[in-house]
Design a protein around this ligand. Structure first.
Ligand SMILES: Cc1cc2nc3c(=O)[nH]c(=O)nc-3n(C[C@H](O)[C@H](O)[C@H](O)COP(=O)(O)OP(=O)(O)OC[C@H]3O[C@@H](n4cnc5c(N)ncnc54)[C@H](O)[C@@H]3O)c2cc1C
Length: 380
């Protein structure tokens, strides 16, 4: 595959870089990046930063004009994602809004839901969280137990969610709850996080405090008008939504940045020139990240051409995560003193990526999907 950026994409990238220069504070790398992206500091900053992007037409460029976009090509959105990832993802909690919550509402939301939410998301001032996983329902999401009982014009929700990123500071939850007795009788609700009966408890994790949360729902009343799609349509909607998410993260960008930092450290210690093993492993890492980049571009190209999501998206994710895992091993093996706070950025890279193969669909599941769809093998 030959790949080159068109001149208009190069110009677009320059616009994004200029906006980053203007909007990021001078102490972004030192003060903000080392904080968890769900910390109060970063969440508050994301509202300011995303509003600035929105004013410049750079938050949701690929959205239709009526919802606050510019109707621009999907590649623009992808270039935006690459640059944001390279800068430490200053959109933080809002990447979900832009990547899949907004597009899902465009496709499945009612006119009122679109009116109420899309302009808010494209203004960059609203934070959402994703209430899918439960203690016994992660990969096997259909095992979820949180229940929404219809009572007149409302549903009453009871149950709990776990791992819910940003729940402490989110304004809205994109909630998955059981509405019938069949395994897949599940529906989606848009729930304001300040509704009485919702409580959030944070618990510690490898990523800095505030990121991981449990959300409890006790007799939470949600208007029926807040249900997205028909009762029981959640699987179709979620499958569509996650197809947007899967190739949304430019992991090769942060991976190559981390490699640069590790190599700089080896050079500072005078170990780079004399260590052919470190040099060859670094070379292999560059090749792996570049392979991940090319596979990701292939998938974006398919999407731009209107092709349905296929197994290339699963493979792009597996290849990217494999490279990330090798990068973490490289840090642990060659510059271990950078961990445990030795080098804030490398330590952060390591911690954030420990669960990378779990969040958003595990590697085993990606490979299982490839085996089923490409080779007709039974589900693992
Ligand atoms: C940092 C972080 C942030 C998260 N943020 C959110 C969020 O905001 N909202 C949300 O809803 N969820 C969130 N999650 C949850 C995430 O989606 C789940 O962790 C994920 O779906 C896996 O579920 P689980 O943790 O229950 O693991 P399990 O499903 O128990 O899986 C454990 C292991 O078993 C393997 N496994 C399971 N089933 C199979 C199978 N059939 N075949 C082969 N292997 C299998 C998995 O691949 C995995 O390696 C987050 C998770 C993390 C770690």
């Amino acid at each position: 595959m030959e790949f080159a950026w068109a001149p208009e994409q190069e110009r677009y990238r320059e616009r994004v870089k200029a906006a980053l220069d203007e909007l990021l504070p001078d102490d972004w790398d030192e003060k903000y990046v080392p904080e968890s992206y769900a910390s109060d500091l970063q969440v508050a900053f994301s509202r300011e930063f995303c509003a600035g992007l929105a004013e410049r037409g750079l938050l949701t460029p690929h959205w239709p004009v009526e919802y606050g976009g510019n109707n621009s090509a999907d590649w623009d959105h992808f270039v935006l994602g690459e640059e944001m990832k390279g800068a430490g993802e200053p959109r933080g909690p809002q990447y979900m809004n832009v990547n899949w919550i907004g597009p899902t509402l465009m496709r499945y939301g009612t006119a009122e839901q679109k009116d109420q939410h899309l302009k808010g998301i494209s203004s960059g001032k609203v934070i959402w969280c994703q209430g899918f996983s439960e203690p016994n329902a992660g990969t096997d999401l259909a095992a979820l137990k949180t229940r929404a009982e219809r009572q007149g014009d409302e549903y009453v929700v009871n149950g709990s969610k776990i791992w819910t990123s940003y729940a402490r500071t989110a304004d809205w939850c994109f909630l998955l709850a059981r509405t019938g007795s069949g395994r897949k009788d599940v529906s989606i609700f848009l729930v304001p996080m300040d509704t009485p009966g919702i409580s959030v408890t944070s618990f510690p994790g490898l990523i800095k405090p505030g990121h991981l949360n449990e959300v409890f729902f006790t007799d939470v009343h949600v208007p029926a008008a807040n249900r997205v799609g028909a009762e029981g349509q959640a699987w179709e909607i979620v499958t569509h939504a996650l197809a947007f998410e899967r190739v949304g993260v430019a992991r090769y960008h942060t991976g190559l940045d981390a490699l640069d930092l590790a190599v700089a450290q080896l050079k500072r210690e005078g170990r780079w020139d004399d260590d052919p093993i470190a040099r060859s492993r670094a070379g292999m890492l560059v090749a792996k990240f570049e392979a991940a980049r090319m596979l990701t571009y292939l998938v974006v190209d398919q999407r731009v051409k209107g092709m349905p999501p296929g197994t290339d998206a699963n493979l792009a994710r597996v290849v990217a995560l494999d490279a990330v895992s090798d990068m973490m091993n490289f840090i642990a093996e060659f510059v271990p003193d950078c961990l445990a706070g030795g080098d804030v950025l490398l330590d952060d890279y390591y911690r954030i990526n420990v669960p990378a193969g779990i969040t958003g669909g595990t590697n085993e599941i990606q490979l299982d999907l490839v085996a089923q769809r490409e080779f007709g093998l039974p589900r693992g």
